[in-house]
Design a protein around this ligand. Structure first.
Ligand code: ADP
Length: 270
């Protein structure tokens, strides 16, 4: 029947017999859909009032020199918080789109170095003199997928590597291809993560240090976005980390989505 969702599970009962469990999950499915719609609509509705608030803040900012010091501080604070809120709304909307599979960009071949260079030029402002950035990506490595989605996944990993290396350190962005996978990885020598937190990192709003968000400007949605983008690209995320030593986040893409452009010259026999 249309609109009915069933979950089917089979287990081996004895040698030749199987048990089949059929569960009607229509109600669960509807609730999940309602949750997704609610998040998408609420985020969308929050955009308009925020645009108005930001507009007035920009006007206030122009006249800030004529205001008392305490108000000037207030304006800076409100501007920072509204930027944060805007980022949160953008991330929620992006997650909703990724979950609903709506309006997806057509998949195409992109150079990995092209995506990474676009990201690193926009993340330059948050790099400090104590950070060193190494790119180890062959020019001919290509990846098949959505540019916008891959950009946001890789960008979240790169920005995290910088954010969670507050004392600086080496950040290495690498592409390696083997027979089974093309692997994009971001390695840092930052604060690292306790192994018991690793399984929960891709949950929405999960943060190891709950108080850190307001300091680092994170939304807690970055790795949830990474997880969904990778799901769309048949890829898997692996996380290796040690507290105090650093982390490696690697995305493993199947070979069907990767290629190098070293196509050997055609040999034509005369
Ligand atoms: P946030 O916006 O808080 O950075 P993310 O979803 O991107 O949210 O990451 C979730 C949590 O995972 C972070 O709050 C942080 O505790 C941890 N984390 C992510 N990347 C790193 C990293 N490179 N080093 C240490 N911790 C990290």
């Amino acid at each position: 029947k249309e609109g009915v969702y069933l979950e089917i599970q089979t287990t081996l009962y004895d040698k030749n017999d199987h048990l089949i469990f059929i569960r009607d999950v229509t109600r669960l499915h509807l609730l999940e859909q309602m949750r997704k719609d609610f998040v998408a609509n609420a985020s969308h509705e929050l955009k308009t009032p925020l645009t108005v608030i930001k507009g007035y803040l920009e006007t206030l900012d122009m006249f800030k020199d004529s205001l008392p010091k305490s108000m000037q501080k207030g304006i800076v604070n409100m501007s920072e918080q509204s930027e944060r809120m805007e980022q949160l709304i953008e991330d929620l909307l992006l997650l909703s789109r990724l979950e609903s599979n709506d309006k997806r960009e057509e998949n195409q071949w992109h150079t990995v170095s092209g995506i990474v260079q676009a990201i690193t030029s926009s993340t330059m402002p948050i790099l400090t003199d104590e950070h060193s950035l190494t790119l180890d990506i062959p020019d001919n490595a290509r990846l098949y997928g959505s540019y916008k989605e891959l950009y946001s996944a890789f960008s979240n990993l790169i920005v995290n590597a910088i954010k969670y290396s507050p004392d600086g350190g080496d950040i290495t962005i690498k592409w390696e291809a083997n027979q089974a996978n093309g692997v994009f990885s971001v390695k840092d020598t930052g604060i690292g993560i306790d192994p018991r937190h690793i399984p929960r990192l891709t949950e929405r709003f999960f943060r190891v240090d709950k108080g850190r968000g307001s300091k680092t400007g994170g939304t807690g949605l970055g790795l949830a976005i990474v997880k969904h983008v990778l799901l769309h690209h048949d890829a898997k995320l692996q996380i290796h980390s040690q507290p105090g030593t650093g982390s490696v986040f690697s995305c493993h893409f199947p070979t069907s989505r990767t290629r190098t452009d070293d196509i050997p010259a055609q040999i034509t026999s005369v």
